[in-house]
Write a protein that binds this ligand. Sequence first.
Ligand code: PEP
Ligand code: MG
Length: 590
Amino acid sequence: MTFSIHGLAVARGIAIGRAVLVASSRVDVAHYFIDAQQIQQEIERIKRGRDAVVDEIHRLQDNIRLMGPKDTPQELKALLDVHLMLLQDEELIGGVKFWITDRLYNAEWALTTQLEIIGRQFDEMEDEYLRERKGDLEQIAERILRAMRGQADPQIPLPKSTRKSPQAELLLGDTVDVPLVLVAHELSPSDMLQFKQGVFAGFVTDVGGKTSHTAIVARSMDIPAVVGARTASQLVRQDDWVIIDGDAGVVIVDPSPIILAEYGFKQRQGELERTRLMRLLNTPAITLDGQKIELLANIEMPEDAEAALKAGALGVGLFRSEFLFMGRQGKLPDEEEQYRAYRRAVEGMQGLPVTIRTVDVGADKPVNSSQKEDDYLNPALGLRAIRWSLADPPMFVTQLRAILRAAVHGPVRLLVPMLAHLSEIKQTLALVEQARAELLRDGLHFGHVELGAMIEIPAAALMLKTFLKHFDFLSIGTNDLIQYTLAIDRADESVAHLYDPLHPAVLQLVAATIAEARSQGKGVSVCGEMAGDAQMTRLLLGLGLRSFSMHPAQILAVKQEVLRADTAKLASWAQDVLVHDEPASLMASR
Ligand code: PEP
Ligand code: MG
């Protein structure tokens, strides 16, 4: 039966495919397709993993026998029997084989997929004792996975997110490949990143706000995504057909043929629109009244520079360096590793400027995915971004040294996130000086970098003169500026309706920042999601913004708006919007 689930629209476009449900605790399990010739080998890997666990249990049982009945609790014996029984379970083994042979999933992916299906059956059981056996099932799966980790893992990631299947042939005609869409309760930004080159054509998560970092990474992947879909991971079943409408924030499950046809049409329309926009690729971004507009790219990894160049970006306006630090179980990248990564981005941009933001972990970007936000009282207000860096000066100086060294290879701007206090500014600048002095002492080459500050806390937007005294340029982080001005957690879907870029208070802070920087002849850019929203382009131009930084995939749509704009006319309209009680009501009037 067809039904729909509503969430938040995150990344545009329509994806139609089969659902792959991944439990949050299992997203780090490798997901890739195997070749048909590898089927037997994958089945063998699973078998060996299972046999290893069976042997382990037999050994434990032997030990128990040796210890004698007095020293061993009865529950332990019973538990081992249950585990052995589950390991022989036909539904588990048969299911895993199905995913490997029929869908060509790698062994680990096949195991966790089947586990999810059986887990749901346990959830639905009336008998409490049986329901609780789900925990045992998860334990044995964990043990099999652990045993398999000891084996060689022949990862062969597929370049495409599709595979042929008989079901697709029935639904979509016999020449169509079937895309897969990921449905999960929650994905951390670094989990999301590992799917970047991967197998999925769309994403749905239960939690998350529009500008949560998970959503931002999904947007950078330029595939349809919906977050904040609340119960999606409970309502959707493994292998269900799903449509993700990333423009409307809707997920349609088990669509009827009519709905499928309608969305198939929309999907093709979207593709045509993209092809049409591609014609603007080599057109310079100049407004009707001759204003040159700088369109820059936001990137997460050095290799994203390629997509930035391809999309016609004139540089990188935000390299979120924290993605080099996340998901590494606390082992942070050393200076050489960072230097190589920054250098790669700088060289990748072929002489265009690269703005490297110093590490901004914390809040919804934990350094370790096991470290949950709830471990802190109030993560968004806690030790994140520059606060985290200043709490560990040697770590921060290591990063600064790496960035300064990368500046030998091309123009680099250094951007500091989340500053609010003069004392933080002074400490940061002192550490930049220290990094330079150390490099001189060590005889290592380093280049000149322009220094910039992010304006993303209202306090910073209210003390611009101080900031401009110390920095060469400003970059407005509207994602956080909105979060902190309106006291709305950007990652919390339950208050997402209050997260409003057009709130008069937000607009006034953005406008004041642009005006003050310009009046002092300093560079100012917006690098939050607002810069990539084509519906905001005219307003930002009217407020005097001439530099926008966004995901590469958004550049052409924003450029289209730039080419149609007359900044002289927009300026007076933007002033009206700025003083209006309900700015949104004026947005359509231009
Ligand atoms: C912002 O806050 O707008 C920003 C660009 O930084 P991030 O989204 O990484 O917090
Ligand atoms: Mg920010």
